[in-house]
Write a protein that binds this ligand. Structure first.
Ligand code: PGA
Length: 253
């Protein structure tokens, strides 16, 4: 099996450069563990260089990119600039960005921009509310299709999907998804990707899980078939907790 993927989504934390360096130094105590994974940190942009200093075991990520084409645009950081800093992967369509008004059409444009700059798009999809009747599958189907609209078959194997049920994300979450439910959703996403790009290509697109992954649930969630890794928010800011998550993934068969 390909190496599992672990992405730390630092969001708008930590609150200082010193603190981000401290977290990275703590991660680095377990560098041989992280090297068993495809490990990325997506920090706030001013910390990119700090993360890049640990490139021996961390890949550089970011949390969003601009959809504005190259040119004179005050306030924009273009994807080519990010690429030149060493960014290899970008989270796109995170629910916290969708909550600010970003829609799947915007995400689709950003997927194209990331690929054009040679950055791997990690596209987040997931239902807003927990639903026992399976209604949310239609929601996921639509979000996935719209967020990937215009993506060429020849580019489809260059993307990563993160399944993040919105109700499971962040400090107000009820907790992570149950492994049985996650397995169904991962299978469903694979089915949609197969409809869109064919079995061969769909089989090469990793599907990650995100939403309240922590040291207590990482083992069972990592064992879910069809889940190639995790996108982790809160627990990634604490190196001790995060290490346990990395260990769980590194044991994935
Ligand atoms: P969480 O966030 O791990 O804090 O729930 C995950 C995410 O938003 O990517």
């Amino acid at each position: 099996m390909a190496k599992p993927i672990l992405v730390a989504n630092w969001k708008n934390y930590p609150s200082s450069l010193d603190e981000s360096r401290r977290i990275l130094r703590n991660y680095s105590k377990d560098r041989s563990l992280y090297k068993k994974l495809h490990f990325f940190v997506a920090p706030p942009l001013p910390y990119l260089d700090a993360v890049a200093a640990f490139s021996g075991f961390v890949g550089l990520g970011c949390q969003d990119i601009s959809s504005v084409p190259k040119g004179t645009h005050t306030g924009v950081v273009g994807s080519d600039i990010l690429k030149s800093f060493g960014v290899r992967i970008t989270i796109l369509g995170h629910s916290e960005r969708r909550a600010l008004g970003e829609n799947s059409g915007d995400v689709a444009v950003k997927v194209g921009a990331a690929l054009a700059s040679g950055i791997v798009p990690l596209i987040c999809v997931g239902e807003n509310t927990k639903d026992a009747d399976g209604e949310h599958f239609e929601y996921i189907r639509e979000q996935l299709k719209d967020s990937l609209s215009g993506l060429k078959k020849s580019d489809a194997s260059k993307i990563i999907i993160a399944y993040e049920p919105v109700w499971a994300i962040g400090k107000d979450a009820v907790g992570a998804m149950e492994p049985e439910e996650l397995s169904q959703s991962a299978l469903f996403i694979r089915k949609i990707l197969t409809e869109m790009f064919g079995r061969n290509i769909a089989g090469r697109i990793p599907v990650l899980y995100g939403g309240s992954v922590d040291e207590g649930n990482a083992d069972t969630l990592a064992a879910v078939p069809g889940v190639a890794g995790f996108l982790v928010g809160r627990a990634s800011l604490d190196a001790k907790r995060f290490k346990k998550i990395a260990e769980a993934l590194s044991k994935k068969k």
